[in-house]
Ligand binder design. Structure first.
Ligand SMILES: C[S@@+](CC[C@H](N)C(=O)[O-])C[C@H]1O[C@@H](n2cnc3c(N)ncnc32)[C@H](O)[C@@H]1O
Length: 344
């Protein structure tokens, strides 16, 4: 099943016929593999680990699937005849993708941008940097738009540090430096839910999971309080994982940072699980990820382990927590957020 945006790209397959194509920020389908029928080669870069998993299982000639904020080292300098960008749900990420695309396009190469009408692609002509020609709307179907432009000249060198928002944060655990990246949660300032969580951080020891680490705010605070913790930071989002690595480095801290979709790539038991868990899936708000998180984390908590999350007080967590842990402890709350705590 293809997403609406992918269906619109498929209707316009003439733009990539016999081309070496790079696809950036693709969605949750395997259109990239289908494009092999027309393209000379297809390389896909997912910024969402779940989307990457859908392509990673396909082993085909002239097909490469990667996950990350950029192509891996051995493909970093590769150029393509055409680059397709799926316009990001987080609009702030779009300029980064435009520059990344330009880095991998040959001069005169084709940029194709597709996105949902409601997602911000409408203003593409205004957003596209001047190293591209004017973006022309070439299709409008299934509530999606498709634009085409050409790379006219070399873009400035892409340096990830140019996309970092760096700020100092005074936490109850001490002062930490946050390095966040475009499109990542709480890009410019601390989230109020995370603030409540940090102001009541329980005592932790041993192996501790920061689930949905974002820019690594919680991990950095935990390590500030206790540098001997064995912290693991997971997120589904490539920009978040990179930001988390930058935050840890800026504070001279060490933790294991790796992609995971929910608990799928996490193994073993934890002495502590701490999170401001996600409640969005793309443009739609959903509590399902959070519910899955409660269930999986209950299974991953070792005996005597400590579990604490913060959630919007309107989200119906209490029933799931009661079902999994047999009790609901709320150590702190305010008019927007609640903390939930469990000691096994
Ligand atoms: C509410 S934010 C919290 C970020 C950070 N811990 C903080 O407090 O600033 C939730 C994070 O979960 C990540 N996320 C969303 N869906 C996920 C999934 N299925 N598996 C793992 N992480 C996910 C998001 O990318 C986001 O960084």
């Amino acid at each position: 099943m293809l997403t609406n945006t992918s269906q619109v790209l498929l209707r316009n397959i003439q733009f990539i016929e016999n081309q070496n194509v790079l696809i950036l920020n693709h969605e949750a389908d395997a259109l990239a593999v289908e494009l092999l029928d027309a393209a000379a080669s297809v390389t896909a870069l997912a910024l969402d680990f779940n989307h990457h998993q859908l392509l990673a299982k396909h082993n085909k000639p002239n097909f490469h699937a990667h996950f990350g904020h950029e192509l891996p080292a051995d493909a970093k300098l590769q150029t393509f005849d055409a680059v397709v960008i799926y316009f990001p749900k987080a609009k702030a990420l779009a300029p980064y993708l435009f520059q990344l695309a330009a880095k991998h396009l040959s001069i005169g190469g084709t940029l194709i941008v597709i996105g949902e009408n409601k997602g911000g692609v409408k203003s593409l002509a205004k957003l596209l940097p001047n190293y591209y020609s004017t973006a022309l709307k070439r299709d409008n179907a299934r509530h999606c738009l498709l634009f085409v432009a050409e790379l006219n000249q070399d873009a400035p060198q892409l340096n990830i540090n140019d996309w970092v928002s760096k700020y100092q944060l005074a936490t109850p655990q001490g002062e930490i430096t946050i390095c966040n990246l475009v499109g990542v949660f709480s890009e410019k300032k601390l989230d109020q839910g995370t603030e409540l969580l940090l102001s009541h951080l329980p005592n932790l020891s041993g192996r501790v999971l920061d689930f949905g680490c974002g820019a690594g705010v919680i991990s950095a605070a935990m390590l500030k309080a206790n540098s001997s913790l064995n912290v693991e930071c997971i997120d589904i989002n490539a920009m978040a994982l990179k930001a988390c690595e930058l935050t840890l480095a800026a504070n001279n801290m060490i933790a294991k940072v790796y992609p995971s979709d929910g608990f799928k790539q996490i193994s073993g038991q934890f002495d502590g699980i701490i999170s401001n868990p996600p409640f969005h899936d793309g443009l739609a708000a959903t509590t399902q990820i959070a519910k899955d998180f409660v269930k999986s984390s209950a299974n991953s908590l070792s005996n005597n382990g400590v579990w604490q999350i913060v959630a919007n007080r309107n989200l119906p967590y209490a029933d799931t927590i009661a079902a999994e842990f047999g009790q609901v402890n709320v150590p702190a709350e305010n008019n927007k957020y609640k903390l939930y705590f469990f000691h096994k």
